[in-house]
Write a protein that binds this ligand. Sequence first.
Ligand SMILES: [Zn+2]
Ligand SMILES: [Zn+2]
Length: 127
Amino acid sequence: MSTKKTGTEADSQGQTIAELRRDRERREKTYRERALKIYPWICARCGREFTGKRLRELTVHHKDNDHDNNPNDGSNWELLCLYCHDNEHSRLVDEGWYNEATPGSEQKPPSTYKPFAGLETLLKNKK
Ligand SMILES: [Zn+2]
Ligand SMILES: [Zn+2]
């Protein structure tokens, strides 16, 4: 087996996307640890208790859905198990858990869409 490492591209100035992501992950890990120190390891919704390896299933929910709002007293956090967390967000129709899209901006397809618009010209050209 050969694991070749080609060059070091990470020494250039400016943060790469990977670095930003790592930074974010680190931050998330930190606030999770902080939240776990403040709150009992219990899901705030279903009341299940989490210990040991299962603690991984306990996640930090941001009450205002702003993942960058991490006050030291933990007032923006809520510990939820994966299931309740999922539930919470599908209930709120909040995309923020998965990406940074603004919630509540449901997009409808424009009503000007004509399904046979292309067909018309197609028939015209056909002689
Ligand atoms: Zn739960
Ligand atoms: Zn959440």
